[in-house]
Design a protein around this ligand. Structure first.
Ligand code: AP5
Ligand code: MG
Ligand code: ZN
Length: 216
């Protein structure tokens, strides 16, 4: 099964992608995580991407399309994949259609996660992740069971993203509304689009997504 999670910054794409990955064995493909990996490793691509990401703007289509094209050829996506943060504009959506056609693959569902702007800013401002395993947390909504210790791997080191400040979040939201939100209509025409209420708590959002997947 191949999915897209479509939603603004802080909608819960990464949170839900990890839960579906665990439950269904599908592979999460987050272009944001891959780009942050390239920045951390100091690769040429990472150097190009860092300033753009810190401003909350979109990295060039050529870069992200080639990252995804490469990723879709790896054996670990054979059981299916969850695209998280890709595609982000019409050109990327069209490039994805061509890639899937070439590889004989199809999309089973595009899930739009709807969340109010003010809630998004609050979610992002409180977000942090385990430095070792990448498990996501939130100061208020998703605390580790034992304060300061990761539930999954026991690490005590956590990190916050460079683009997770209020100013950049608002810029990212504007870009989302202008460039990414039109993809709702794009996928609406293909009959695979489903909407979930992303304002519900994490477990309830998972249940809504499971309902959709059960029907897809
Ligand atoms: P990317 O990494 O994709 O960031 P984003 O789209 O801005 O989305 P986020 O990761 O911020 O949010 P999320 O929806 O994953 O929310 P999360 O689950 O963490 O992109 C970053 C940058 O990379 C871009 O700005 C761009 O520069 C570049 N980039 C990436 N892809 C690109 C592309 N295709 N083309 C061009 N450039 C690209 O949840 C947020 C917080 O809320 C967490 O703390 C979580 O615990 C909490 N939370 C989650 N769900 C709930 C809930 N239901 N209730 C309460 N709290 C919740
Ligand atoms: Mg994310
Ligand atoms: Zn951890």
């Amino acid at each position: 099964m191949n999915l897209i999670l479509l939603g603004p910054p802080g909608a819960g794409k990464g949170t839900q992608a990890k839960l579906i990955e665990e439950k269904r064995g599908l592979k999460q493909l987050s272009t944001g995580d891959m780009l942050r990996g390239a920045v951390a490793q100091g690769t040429e691509m990472g150097k190009k991407a860092k300033a753009v990401m810190d401003r909350g703007e979109l990295v060039s289509d050529d870069i992200v399309v080639s990252i995804i094209a490469e990723r879709l050829d790896k054996p670990d996506v054979k059981k299916g994949f969850i695209l998280d943060g890709f595609p982000r504009n019409q050109a990327q959506a069209e490039a994805l259609d061509r890639m899937l056609d070439d590889k004989g693959l199809k999309l089973d569902a595009v899930i739009e996660m709807k969340v109010d702007d003010e809630a998004l800013v609050e979610r992002i401002a409180g977000r942090y992740t385990c430095a070792k395993c990448g498990k996501g947390y939130h100061d208020r909504f998703e605390k580790p069971k034992k304060a300061g210790v990761c539930d999954v791997c026991g690490s005590t080191e956590f990190v916050r993203r460079a683009d997770d400040n209020e100013k950049t979040v608002r810029d990212r939201l504007q870009i989302y509304n202008k460039q990414t939100a039109p993809l709702v209509d794009y996928y609406g025409r293909t009959g695979v689009l489903h909407k979930v209420n992303g304002m519900a708590d994490i477990a309830q959002v998972t249940r809504q997504i499971e309902d959709v997947l059960g029907r897809s």
